[in-house]
Design a protein around this ligand. Structure first.
Ligand code: SF4
Length: 194
């Protein structure tokens, strides 16, 4: 029996990979929402709510969902030394690893044969690095990793079709600051005041 645990970072990134994978396994695909990086709590809950709404509306009982509580204090403590590194730098590598490792732990504990993550769909993520991490974890946990290179354009279509909320920062407080900085620079370029 082939069973998949699919880590989802958010509803937009979940759309296209799940569409591709939903009927390729024995029994329902299980989606795992584990994202201790997302701050504040209200934003975390909003993104989880969108995942729930999308799954229920499109797939009904054909997909299972597991939502793990966000142990954000542990996340912040682990990533704090790298808080000032750029997006796609060490901070993100650690963030990817924490979420992928937990995905493999859960997959192993729940008797899943395969694991994957929707993180690779976003052009803001380093898919090559994520896939090489996944293949390393595959060896450690004995759970097959699907090296996903999903269609980003399809996620945009599905977001429009299902009116899915698309967040404007990646998730952690550092990415929130970077978004604010980009906005400020943009405003300055246009001649406005910050
Ligand atoms: S920018 Fe995104 S991937 Fe990088 S550390 Fe922050 S939440 Fe994680």
């Amino acid at each position: 029996m082939n069973k998949l645990l699919l880590h989802a970072c958010c509803a937009p990134c979940l759309t296209a990979p799940l569409e591709r994978l939903v009927d390729k396994f024995d029994g329902p695909v299980t989606v795992l929402f584990y994202n201790p990086n997302i701050a504040p709590q209200a934003e975390h809950d909003k993104r989880l709510g969108e995942v729930e709404r999308y799954l229920k509306g499109r797939y009904g009982t054909a997909v299972d969902l597991i939502a793990l509580p966000p142990d954000r204090e542990a996340f912040d403590a682990t990533t704090a030394p790298f808080a000032d590194t750029d997006e796609r730098g060490v901070r993100c590598t650690v963030c990817y690893f924490l979420r992928l490792r937990r995905t493999f732990e859960e997959a192993k504990a729940r008797g899943m044969t395969h694991a994957a993550t929707t993180l690779t769909v976003s052009p803001h993520k380093d898919a090559k690095r994520l896939n090489s991490m996944g293949l390393g974890l595959e060896k450690r946990y004995g759970v097959s990793y699907l090296t996903g290179m999903w269609e980003y354009a399809r996620t945009l279509e599905l977001c429009r079709e299902y009116a899915i909320y698309r967040q404007n920062y990646c998730g952690c407080t550092a990415s929130m600051r970077e978004r604010d900085e980009r906005r400020r620079e943009h405003k300055e370029k246009k001649g406005g005041r910050p």
